[in-house]
Design a protein around this ligand. Structure first.
Ligand code: PEP
Ligand code: MN
Length: 351
């Protein structure tokens, strides 16, 4: 099998769940006819938050997916959460297996899947775990790679959260860190599960393209409002195509020599500024160490709230808010302040 993940941008779409033969085949055929979708997806076994919700049609759905593959010639994808699912999916020649967010959070489950997958000629996509823990996500990927799976990809679907404008908070910095750690592994964005409704799907998809992601997984359904799972976030195939048409796909690299040259100059300027910043911060830490020593000798408390307020106020007043926001400035100062307190506490206790 050639590497499905080598296409960029890779577009995966299809219903959240396979519900009936007709719904699966019609959705998949409309998507295939558009010529814009590379992989057809459908959930067969659905991990639901509460019992009593629709839990998927089970293996019969694999027959419908396999039929969609025969009719369209496109590879098919489904979610696996147990070794039995893996066996079944392989039996029906499913090309892409994804590990869902409720499974990738559990190393026992991921290892069970890795053992079942050993030696299989399939592509495996690992969704970020429900919790924003880069190590857990990386560990899940390593378990699958260690089982000898060559074609592995990541799916960013956001993290469980309260009081967030999204169903699952994207926390882009976690996915960016994952991309940094596993630079050779494609990163696909799943705006459907990040958003939880149709409104912001285009916006999130565009953001992922701006961040140089390698593709999208977006749920689609012939009649979204009647869907048995995730009804609010599914799009019709036509709506999906409209969104795909709007997205500006960014180039990974600047091609023209002039751009490259300008970029080189600006990057060396950034490198220079970063070095200066780090030198200044270490210089600042040395001075706070000296202050810590004086506080120790005079038995004075480390935290001086008035002084800390003055620091923040002075800097907020002198900073141009159009370049640095108040939130950013305060967060930055807090990190520096916390490190200073940590060092002074060590000094205080190591007399
Ligand atoms: C899905 O893709 O339908 C799904 C259940 O995904 P997640 O694991 O991201 O919730
Ligand atoms: Mn879903």
């Amino acid at each position: 099998m050639n590497n499905i993940l080598s296409k960029k941008p890779l577009i995966i779409s299809g219903p959240c769940s396979a519900e009936s033969r007709q719904q699966t085949i019609e959705t998949c055929c409309q998507l295939a006819q558009s010529g814009r979708v590379d992989v057809l997806r459908a959930g067969i076994w659905k991990p639901r938050t509460k019992p009593g919700s629709f839990e998927g049609v089970g293996s019969i759905g694999l027959e419908w997916l396999a039929e969609a593959k025969r009719l369209t010639g496109l590879p098919i994808a489904t979610e696996v959460a147990t070794s039995k699912h893996v066996e079944q999916a392989i039996k029906y020649d499913v090309d892409v297996l994804w590990i869902g967010a409720r499974t990738s959070i559990n190393p026992f489950s991921v290892q069970e899947l890795a053992d079942a997958l050993r030696g299989a000629n399939v592509t495996v996509l690992i969704k970020n775990p429900m919790a924003p823990d880069v190590n857990l996500w990386q560990g899940a990927v390593e378990r699958i790679i260690n089982a000898g799976i060559k074609n592995v990809g990541l799916i960013h679907r956001g993290f469980a959260s309260y009081n967030c404008e999204f169903r699952n908070n994207p926390m882009w910095h976690i996915a960016i860190e994952m991309k940094r750690r596993m630079a050779d592994i494609p990163m696909i964005c799943d705006p459907s599960h990040i958003c939880g409704n149709r409104d912001k799907i285009a916006l999130v998809a565009q953001k992922s393209s701006d961040l140089n992601y390698d593709g999208l997984m977006i749920e689609s359904h012939i009649s979204p409002d009647k869907a048995l799972s995730d009804a609010e976030q599914q799009l019709t195939p036509q709506e999906l195509i409209q969104i795909l048409d709007q997205i500006k796909w960014r180039d990974t690299n600047f091609s023209s020599e002039k751009y490259t040259e300008i970029l080189e100059v600006m990057r060396s300027e950034i490198d220079q500024i970063d070095s200066e910043l780090i030198n200044l911060i270490s210089h600042r830490m040395k001075i706070t160490d000296q202050i810590g020593e004086i506080k120790r000798q005079n038995n004075v408390a480390i935290l001086q709230s008035d002084r800390w307020n003055q620091i923040i106020e002075r800097l907020l007043n002198q900073t141009d808010r159009s370049t640095l926001s108040e939130d950013f400035l305060i967060s930055l100062l807090e990190i520096i302040h916390l490190e200073s307190i940590r060092r002074q506490t060590n000094i205080m206790n190591n007399q």
